[in-house]
Design a protein around this ligand. Sequence first.
Ligand code: FMN
Length: 242
Amino acid sequence: MKVLLINGSPRSDGNTARALAEMCRVFEKNGIETKLFWVGTKDVRGCVGCGNCASLGKCVFDDIVNEISAELRDADGLVVGSPVYYASPNGTVLSLMDRLFFSAHYSMAMKVGAAVVVARRAGTTATFDVLNKYFTISGMPVASSTYWNDAFGGSPGEAEQDVEGMQTMVNLAENMTFLMKSIALGKKEYGIPKNEKRFMNFIRPEGNVKAIKAVKAVKSAPAQALNKVLHRGKKAGKEEQS
Ligand SMILES: Cc1cc2nc3c(=O)[nH]c(=O)nc-3n(C[C@H](O)[C@H](O)[C@H](O)COP(=O)(O)O)c2cc1C
């Protein structure tokens, strides 16, 4: 059983590193293999939306993103640690996550995800939300703790004094271990759930004609259109009663 940890901070011994180290200690105690990727000073460029990953199965920019992607394929969990920059994950983490999740053409379903965020003072929950969205669009169950997964500290190491923050990391790693182990058992017993995979933009050619007509009707005669809708509602109600 293996978990990958990404540290997006440019400070190798910073507060994100301390939070992740706390988790690693628990994983190792629980017999979970860990692999840490420190990406904070790497030149991780953003996604250019070229779509070549669809045929290549990996990103056209062959850097740390592809390295992590290859490791993640067989991993059971992923922890993404980011410092809070302007109430968001830092730029390196965002670029990495966009490219990692867009280019990986294997299923991430049932790999357990966890975001860990560290700030001097504010913006942790907004940052946490951003990172969790990569997991929840990918069929990845999200591990939770006894608080949102944040720790507070400004200069390197300060977060260690955030006793509750460090406790959150310990509990997160314990809960994540339990989830990964439970999912491994569940996979054996039930397999991975089969999900429907229909993909659709909001542009619907056949539905558009009707929708445009309806909007036009409302714009030109809002009162009549409203009446029509209300009338339709009443009629439907009567039909239901009868
Ligand atoms: C560009 C930049 C933006 C930052 N923005 C925030 C912020 O919005 N909120 C906050 O509390 N701290 C902010 N910080 C402080 C860091 O989040 C804080 O120092 C944190 O401990 C850094 O984690 P690290 O030691 O792992 O690098 C910012 C720091 C930098 C360099």
